[in-house]
Ligand binder design. Structure first.
Ligand code: NAP
Length: 296
């Protein structure tokens, strides 16, 4: 049986099922979420609840966070009164699995080291399905020792767990992942609308293309969402917009040319401005449909 007590903060679409998997694997668990009602299901399954991030930190050996964005991670870790670092202990391992800016991941890592703790950035890919099934891809930045200690626990949450380099390296990999997913959703949307307006059945199109070089996971996993216009998240479009912002800022810092990412970022901005930020990112299809005057 695992002996280390795990703290888990951020029990949303991803964090809730991930925490549940750790509990089922036998880890003693302490949880906290801003909307406290989200703790109830895990408490009923045997977890303890804590009143603040600081309280979680004071009760665990390894702490995991799964929060929306960089400012949330800064608040949860660095708030001098209620934050994780304020309650951190020497020897503790802090793993942030949110998708955030690499620079913020490095700042959290520095603050952890000052408190005698170790921090890893370990963002994920694989979506809500991967979170539930424990099959996520996990991209890790941080020290070798921190990675070795985290590995058994990350193996419960994911199938592909890779250490990419120093603090921030995991977040850089995640930004690359988000470029590929967004651009693929946009390209699939263009293909589906073109086929449909030309009178080719989009469902059959996906079937035939899946057997060739253009076959991809987006088409496989989001097939039903596209075809039925079911944009229940999944992955909220506003979060993907946030991730492309991280990718664009990082590219600008490094002087890297990412024109297609910039265009898809603007499409997501338009959907968000129209009040669609809470829809699944496959709703990018709507932009292409509206501009083409054709619904598939
Ligand atoms: P989500 O459903 O919005 O969950 C975020 C959770 O964090 C919410 O339950 C929220 O509480 C909680 N939270 C926010 N601020 C907090 C604070 N200060 N203290 C305590 N709890 C706080 O988002 P998600 O889809 O799980 O995504 C989480 C992260 O994973 C994001 O960075 C996202 O980009 C990344 N990600 C998501 C997916 C996906 O498919 N969903 C896939 C890969 C990566 P409230 O209930 O109060 O809002």
């Amino acid at each position: 049986m695992p002996e280390e007590t795990v703290g888990f903060i951020g029990l949303g679409i991803m964090g809730g099922p991930m925490a549940g998997n750790l509990l089922r694997a036998g880890y003693p668990l302490v949880v906290h979420n801003r909307t406290r009602a989200k703790e109830q299901e895990l408490v009923s399954a045997g977890a303890a609840a804590a009143d603040s991030p600081r309280e979680v930190a004071s009760q665990c050996d390894v702490l995991i966070t799964m929060l929306p964005d960089s400012p949330d991670v800064e608040e949860v870790y660095l708030d001098s009164d209620r934050g994780v670092i304020a309650g951190a202990k020497a020897g503790q391992l802090l793993i942030d699995m949110s998708s955030i800016a690499p620079a913020v991941a490095r700042a959290v890592c520095d603050a952890a080291r000052e408190a005698g703790a170790e921090a890893l950035d370990a963002p994920v890919s694989g979506g809500d399905v991967g979170a539930r099934e424990g099959t996520l891809s996990i991209m890790v930045g941080g020290s070798d020792d921190g990675f070795k200690r985290a590995q058994p626990l990350l193996d419960v949450l994911g199938e592909t767990v890779i250490h990419l380099g120093p603090p921030g390296a995991g977040q850089t990999a995640k930004a690359c992942n988000q470029i590929l997913v967004a651009v693929t959703i946009e390209a699939v949307s263009e293909a589906l609308v073109l086929a449909s307006k030309a009178g080719v059945d989009p469902d059959r199109l996906i079937e035939v293309l899946s057997g060739g070089l253009s076959g991809n996971r987006v088409m496989e996993v989001r097939r039903r969402n596209f075809l039925e216009h079911d944009f229940t998240p999944g992955f909220k479009l506003s979060l993907h917009h946030k991730d492309l912002g991280i990718a664009l800022r990082t590219a600008r810092e490094l002087g890297v040319y990412v024109p297609t990412t910039a265009i898809v970022d603007q499409m997501l901005a338009a959907l968000e401005a129209a009040g669609d930020g809470g829809l699944d990112h496959s709703a990018l299809l709507k932009v292409i449909e509206e501009a083409s005057g054709h619904e598939i």
